[in-house]
Structure formats: structure tokens, C-alpha cells
Ligand binder design. Structure first.
Ligand SMILES: [Zn+2]
Length: 451
């Protein structure tokens, strides 16, 4: 009896344990095999990538400068590194010793800016944490600009000629805090360090939610520009006043132009020019695979409060784009590293080669595509940016040119001091000339007196 009871209870326990065993097994089948980890052989860590970029800049001070801008609110801080490529920097070396030369150079830049001789391209990478490949592309582009790496089929002379009047501003990793979360294992994270999507935090059509709105993906924040990252990017955009803006993402292969919040493109000639440039890029570099058109009309959903719509509508950048450089639609839903980034060496290399070549085509064709004088007219008359923002942007622009990490006000004071010193110097010179003239005249008068 006791034996049969034991057997019965044993069988019972086996049956009881079966369902839980089955469930555990089903769970592990669903999750474990489908998740691809970050390939550390191909991809830099965020710290390493920024470090590599900084040392690249230090090896090429004649062309490249770097600065890190910090901002924060409510206990949350963020920092954004910006690299500037400008061939004319050669002339500004030793600027601390030659303040007058710097002033002349600065004046020349202002004049060049007014005449719009300098063509400015502003690009941001890594706005979404999980799209690691985009920041690798930023490093590749900067390596080519510094001539440490080369594009196939491009000679140095033509490259330097192309870039003579082009200023290139690169933000290699806009969302450093979000990227850190991805590196810590949250491979699907696209938002910043406190859960806000940096490509929904801009003011154009901000906060509007579609029926399929998913806060995990698209949380726009508590207000437009609530996030330090977006605040920094807005100031940079206003101070650079670029001719071309490119927001680089991954998840699919596409070349988008405004609008993201409407399912159509803007009217008029500038819009046609944007489309022409995108068609050229699609034919030459995307092997005709890229989707072209408005972000809102092509992706299948409207996006509100995006950076590219702000650049187009508010900063009035003549060519504002969003590029999607890679996507694997065979990846399963949670397998985000594989969905957004190439996982094998061949594809990784192919994506970086194709897209860095696409960017150099932009640097080459861009200045020919844009009527720079119309941009100047638009810039001065039709901007919706407040005076306050302009002033902030202007001072930040100055800081960028000096390439020093100084507080905005400090730069302002430094300039006032420099101008004051120059004023004093010229006053003293004038006084000296005046005095020597008097003394000469005085001697003449004295010697002219007949005794
Ligand atoms: Zn993205």
C-alpha cells in the first residue's frame, strides 16, 4: 500500500513537473537562438570610437578640429562630440600668438559666409542607440577626409579640389547615453538615456501620436526640445546654418527628404533638386535598391517632431535628408542588432564603402545643386528662429571657429577684450604719430625764429 502510494505520488510529481518543464523549454526556444550579440570584432565600443576620432583629429590639426558640448537638465546630462573638417584651417594655426591675423581670418570667414562661398554640410550619426553601423560610417568618412583611408576610384588631388570650399560638420554619435544602454545589453533601445526618442523631440508637429504609437519606440518627451541632446543639436544647426543636412539611420535602405509628418514632399524647385540628388545617389551608390521620397510617404507611418522636418521648415536648410543605410528584414522582431546592423565582415565592409562614397558624391555635387545666393536670401529674411537662438548660435559658431573649449560668454568677453586692446593700440599709435608731428613742427618753428 505504502509502495503503491509512493509510486502514485512519484507519478504525480512527474506529471506536475511536466508542464513547467515544457514551458521553460518553449521560452528558451523563443528567445535564445534568435538574438544576435554585438559583433565586437567589427564594431568599436562607444568610448573607443570617440577616442579613435579624437586621436584622428589630433593627427590632422590642419584639417580637423573637435569639440565636446555638454548640456543637462533635471539631473540628466549628455554630451555631444562634433568634428569639423575645413581645409582653410591651415591659415589659423598659432592663432593664440597672432590675434590680429585671427581677426583678419575671422573677418574673411564672415565675408565668405555672407557671400556664401563656403558650402556647409552637417551630418549626424547614431541618433538611435541600436544603429551602431551609422557611427562606424562617421569614423570611416572622417578617416577618408584625413586621407588616412581612401575611397576606391578616387584620387587625392580631385578630393582636395572638391573639398576646397566645403566645410563638413560631423556628429559621430548623437545619442551616447542610449548607445551605452545598447552596449549594456538592451539591444533594441533606440531612445536616449531617459527613454525619449531624439527623432521625435523637435518642434515641427511635435507630440502628435499615430494610432500605432508605441512609447517604447517613439516617446517624444514632455515638450519640444526637452532633451539636452536635441537642445545641443538645435544650437549647432542654427550656428552652422548648413546647406545640406543628413540624419543617418539604419533599419532599411532609403533616401528620404521632407516631410516626415506628411505623406508628401514639399513643392517647388528646391524639392525637385533634392529628389534629383537622391536619384543620383540611388543609381550610383545604392544600386537602385533605396526607397526615395518623403519619409512620411514612404515608410508607411508618419513621424512627428523629427530633426529633418525642423531643418527644412525652421532652419531652412535647402537640402535636408534622412538616410537609412542598412536593414535586414529577415531578422526576427527582437533580434535588433541583426535587424539594424550588418553582422558579417563582407556586408559591413560593403555598407561602409558604398555609403562613404555616397557622402563624397554629396560633397562634390552639393555645391553645384544649390543656388547659394537664394540660400543667403532665405537665411537672412525668412528664418523663423528667434533672435535669442541666433545670438546663442552665433557665439557657438565663433567658439567652433576658435576650436577651443570655452564657455560661450567667455568667448564673447574674449572678443570684446581683443577689440578693446586693438582700439587702445591704434589710439596709442595715433597719439604717438600726432605727438611726433607736433614736436617736429615745434622744432621747425623754433629754428625758424631769427635771432
Ligand atoms: Zn533610426
Amino acid at each position: 500500500m505504502g509502495g503503491s502510494f509512493l509510486l502514485f505520488s512519484y507519478l504525480l510529481s512527474v506529471f506536475a513537473s511536466l508542464p513547467s518543464f515544457t514551458v521553460v523549454k518553449a521560452d528558451s526556444d523563443l528567445t535564445r537562438p534568435s538574438l544576435t550579440p554585438i559583433n565586437r570584432d567589427l564594431y568599436h565600443s562607444s568610448d573607443d570610437l570617440i577616442e579613435q576620432i579624437k586621436s584622428l583629429v589630433h593627427r590632422h590639426p590642419e584639417k580637423l578640429t573637435v569639440e565636446t558640448i555638454k548640456a543637462g537638465n533635471k539631473g540628466y546630462t549628455s554630451e555631444i562630440t562634433v568634428v569639423t573638417y575645413c581645409q582653410s584651417r591651415k591659415e589659423t594655426d598659432d592663432k593664440s600668438k597672432f590675434r590680429i591675423l585671427l581677426l583678419i581670418y575671422d573677418l574673411r570667414l564672415v565675408i565668405a559666409g555672407v557671400l556664401d562661398r563656403l558650402f556647409i554640410v552637417f551630418q549626424s550619426f547614431g541618433q538611435h542607440g541600436r544603429e551602431l553601423i551609422t557611427s562606424e560610417l562617421a569614423l570611416r568618412i572622417l578617416s577618408i577626409l584625413s586621407e588616412e583611408q581612401f575611397l576606391p576610384k578616387m584620387d587625392r588631388a580631385s578630393l582636395n579640389g572638391t573639398l576646397e570650399n566645403v566645410v563638413i560638420k560631423v556628429v559621430p554619435m548623437e545619442n551616447l547615453n542610449g548607445r551605452k544602454l545598447v552596449e549594456a545589453g538592451n539591444l533594441c533601445e533606440r531612445r536616449n538615456g531617459r527613454g525619449v526618442d531624439l527623432n521625435r523631440n523637435w518642434s515641427v508637429d511635435w507630440g502628435k501620436k499615430e494610432k500605432d504609437y508605441d512609447p517604447y519606440e517613439e516617446n517624444p518627451g514632455i515638450a519640444p526640445f526637452s532633451e539636452p541632446e536635441t537642445q545641443i543639436m538645435r544650437k549647432l544647426a542654427i550656428s552652422f546654418d548648413p546647406h545640406i543636412w543628413v540624419n543617418v539611420h539604419s533599419g532599411m535602405e532609403a533616401l528620404f527628404m521632407p516631410y516626415d509628418h506628411k505623406n508628401r514632399t514639399p513643392d517647388g524647385l528646391p524639392s525637385q533638386r533634392m529628389r534629383l540628388l537622391l536619384e543620383e545617389l540611388n543609381n550610383v551608390h545604392c544600386h537602385k535598391r533605396c526607397m526615395i521620397g518623403s519619409g512620411g510617404g514612404s515608410v508607411g507611418y508618419l513621424a512627428h517632431g523629427t530633426a529633418t522636418d525642423y531643418m527644412h521648415d525652421v532652419v531652412r536648410v535647402p537640402m535636408s535628408f534622412t538616410f537609412e543605410i542598412y536593414g535586414d528584414n529577415t531578422a526576427t522582431l527582437k533580434d535588433c542588432f541583426k535587424m539594424f546592423n550588418p553582422v558579417d565582415h563582407t556586408t559591413f565592409k560593403r555598407v561602409l564603402n558604398d555609403w562613404s562614397a555616397a557622402f563624397f558624391t554629396i560633397f562634390k555635387l552639393g555645391p553645384h545643386q544649390i543656388d547659394v545666393h537664394s540660400k543667403a536670401a532665405v537665411s537672412s529674411m525668412d528664418k523663423w528662429v528667434s533672435i535669442d537662438e541666433y545670438f546663442d548660435g552665433y557665439l557657438m559658431g565663433r567658439r567652433n571657429r576658435y576650436g577651443k573649449k570655452m564657455e560661450v560668454l567667455e568667448v564673447g568677453m574674449q572678443e570684446i577684450r581683443t577689440y578693446f586692446r586693438l582700439f587702445l593700440l591704434s589710439s596709442v599709435l595715433l597719439l604717438f604719430m600726432f605727438c611726433s608731428r607736433i614736436s617736429k613742427t615745434g622744432r621747425q618753428i623754433v629754428s625758424a625764429i631769427p635771432i
